[in-house]
Design a protein around this ligand. Structure first.
Ligand code: G6P
Length: 488
């Protein structure tokens, strides 16, 4: 049966593991996109989530036809998928939007890049075709993230009747970084996005970056960006040059911020399951009454875990009074390990943590406890007991951890938050804010956070939790759905 509401995202709500005896077990995917969307879709019966098979186990699940109801996994040729996901989405687009390139060496756009780009076009095409196949007339389609930037444009060509939104979970690159991409690639990306009726971003800042790029870099047509004014949302008015050289019809793409928040009730219920209580008891035994600085991230370059550890080391060096009295619980679970730059980063995190432990540790005190397992129950237990939360990304679409910790914290938690997090727009006032590159400032903020009086900490945490729950996933999703143009 054709669907009225469709979501397209590279990662699905579940991924499978294949046991040696041939059994398939499903587990929830990681990252902010999956947690937000899964919660939102739980309240949208009948919606269809189209995602890619990410692994051989997922492909096996497709072959056996075991996918969950409401989910369609696309079995894309593994070589094409690898080029599109690892080659373009994670190595080029992720690095561009997060400004992560090591500029003297990267990026290099050569023949291998061109092959990968062709795969990215094919992979986006496969999503557009599946959506075109599954969507009811006039259906609403919500496309997610940088993996699928070409889908709105491709889908509009196949099915002009559909109402199409795209949401970016990452930042959007500044025009300077977008201009590093080959001209034709940058234009394809922008025109792909402009195929949508509406583009959503986590913050006004990322939306503004898109507007700045769209108004200056859309050869192959005309585009005029309009900033939000007097109750009117921002938009790009555009006309694309057709194959015959003439300009196509005027279309408008509205650009709006939907800052994804947390569902407090659901998160607190999750954080009080017996499994989490058990983990909390374990952690309390390990920490033995000391203060805790907690961070939870994918081991991800944009999260700035290394400078976080350097700041902790500087804290222990310059403020010896904290030695033996604080433990840094750093949960840094593996991510994108197909990419060497991520494997190297993971090793660097482990090495630096070991150095700090060797330098300061004593017989009964280990200063940093790194956990590399993606253990959501343990993370929630750490959230509950955190005295200080450290969220210091260099650039991050939102960062839900910054929002989750204040909601779950038991005794109040001081939040050290960098200006690079999208969450900074909503949480700056009650956080201790830092420049993500300034290790000394971060060390000072950690000290101020540890020393913050309990009453002030509790008051700030209450206000942070209120701000963090302003737009919970279900409302974030329906707001975007309802904002789509009415059916014609
Ligand atoms: C970010 C992206 C998501 C992605 C997640 C995990 O939150 O915006 O699209 O799913 O990271 O990354 P992965 O590559 O494992 O899907």
């Amino acid at each position: 049966m054709a669907s009225q509401v469709l979501v397209a995202a590279n990662r699905g709500p579940l991924s499978y593991a294949l046991d040696p005896d041939g059994t398939l077990t499903a587990r929830r995917g990681g990252g902010g996109l999956v947690s937000g969307l899964s919660a939102a879709l739980a309240e949208q019966p009948g919606a269809l989530w189209i995602c890619a098979a990410l692994s051989e186990a997922d492909r096996e699940a497709v072959r056996r036809g075991v996918a969950e109801p409401g989910v369609r996994m696309l079995d894309i040729d593994p070589a094409v998928y690898d080029d599109a996901y690892n080659g373009i989405a994670n190595s080029v687009l992720w690095f561009t939007h997060h400004h992560l390139y090591d500029i003297p060496r990267e990026p290099v756009f050569d023949a291998a890049f061109r092959r990968q780009w062709d795969s990215y076009v094919a992979y986006n095409g496969a999503f557009a075709e599946a959506l075109a196949e599954e969507a009811a007339p006039g259906a609403a389609v919500l496309v997610q993230d940088y993996h699928l930037a070409l889908v709105p444009g491709a889908l509009r060509e196949l099915r002009p009747d559909l109402r199409i939104a795209h949401f970016t979970h990452t930042p959007w690159a500044s025009p300077e970084f977008m201009r590093m991409l080959p001209d034709d690639v940058r234009e394809q990306l922008l025109w792909g996005m402009l195929g949508a009726d509406r583009l959503g971003f986590h913050t006004g800042q990322w939306g503004d970056s898109f507007l700045a790029c769209a108004s200056t870099d859309t050869a192959g047509g005309t585009a005029l960006a309009r900033h939000a004014r007097g109750g009117q949302p921002a938009a790009v008015e555009h006309r694309r040059t057709g194959a015959d050289g003439g300009l196509g019809p005027v279309r408008e793409t509205v650009v709006e911020a939907y800052p994804l928040g947390v569902d407090a009730e659901e998160l607190r219920a999750l954080a009080h399951r017996p499994e989490v209580d058990g983990k909390l008891a374990e952690l309390r035994a390990e920490v033995a009454g000391r203060k805790t600085i907690v961070r939870v991230d994918r081991t991800e370059l944009s999260k700035n875990i290394l400078r976080g550890l350097l700041a902790y080391r500087e804290l222990l060096t310059t403020r010896p009074e904290w030695r033996g009295r604080v433990v840094h619980l750093a949960s840094a679970y593996p991510s994108r390990q197909d990419l060497k730059v991520y494997r190297d980063y993971t090793d660097a995190v482990a090495t630096l943590a070991a150095e700090i432990n060797a330098e300061f540790g004593t017989g009964d005190w280990q200063p940093v406890l790194v956990s590399v397992k993606d253990d959501f129950a343990r993370s929630l237990a750490a959230y509950r007991m955190a005295d200080v939360a450290l969220v210091n990304p260099v650039r991050d679409g939102m960062n839900l951890v910054a929002k989750e910790i204040p909601v779950v914290s038991e005794a109040g938690c001081a939040l050290v938050l960098s200006t690079g997090a999208g969450a900074y727009e909503e949480l700056a006032e009650d956080a201790l804010t830092v420049n993500p590159y300034d290790v000394t400032q971060t060390a000072q903020a950690l000290h101020a956070a540890l020393a913050m009086p309990e009453g002030e900490r509790a008051e700030r945490t209450k206000r942070l939790a209120a701000a963090a729950t302003g737009l919970p996933p279900a409302r974030w999703f329906t707001a975007q759905l309802e904002a789509l143009p009415a059916r014609t």
